[in-house]
Write a protein that binds this ligand. Sequence first.
Ligand code: FE2
Ligand code: FE2
Length: 323
Amino acid sequence: MTEAAGSGAEQDLESQFEATIGRDQRIEPRDWMPEGYRRTLIRQVAQHAHSEIIGMQPEGEWITRAPSLRRKAILLAKVQDEAGHGLYLYSAAETLGADRADLTERLIEGRQKYSSIFNYPTLSFADVGVIGWFVDGAAICNQVPLCRSSYGPYARAMVRICKEESFHQRQGYELLMTMMRGTDEQREMVQDAVDRWWWPSLMMFGPPDGDSPNSAQSMAWKIKRHSNDELRQRFVDMTVPQAARLGVTLPDPELRWNEERGHHDFGTPDWSELKAVISGDGPCNTERVARRRAAHEEGAWVRAAASAHAAKQAARAREEAVA
Ligand SMILES: [Fe+2]
Ligand SMILES: [Fe+2]
């Protein structure tokens, strides 16, 4: 094949890819895709998978201290769901040619990121409720549009994940409702948790649009469907009436309904805090990664045993095929 023919074929593939995206159809693992698209997706899906797995830690710490059997069962189910989300997403990353062991290495060596929100501590059981309400609520805002993401395996994983996230949000809100009907001390615990988690939750949507260099390309490729600021606004608009019904105050003096815009105005998050947390200086970064690394090392024998078992089964299947 001459070089001209080669680049012509490449151009055909590229325009086919663009046309598929233009028609709002899915790109599937065997389809040709530009290297940048593949790399962007691997980075996004891996970060998302890491967030699910690291996200098990802040709430997982409360499983042994849940106030009742019912709360323990709910929390256990929720934390296990997050593990499942991580597994679907690592599988989705593998369809792009990523290697799961390599992704785990990158996480525990600090070369790949996870959501900034999981670097904050959980100080009381009310945090479990507020994480469900805010963090899973923010995750829903982010992830519902990803169900229409242009990459098939990612979009399909999101459909199932979103169903589970909606249970997570409801269990959190229901826990807070129960606490708000309890004692003054319980109401104070809820308000304190709301005060601590509100701003970090707004930061979960990422930096402001003007400061988010990869966003435009991701939107053009329909990996992302809405900008960070649009999603943040959607979250604020969704959460304000829920806070009123619950009877808590969101810690932002600038928060008010703007009739003209048809949205709530709100204050500016402390972006220097987000930068610090993302670059490793949040309250719990070191602890989260150390715990993940320890779990990985302690699980080495399980991976070795599973590989030995798989090898034995494959050998047995070969013997049976010969016989
Ligand atoms: Fe999740
Ligand atoms: Fe969740």
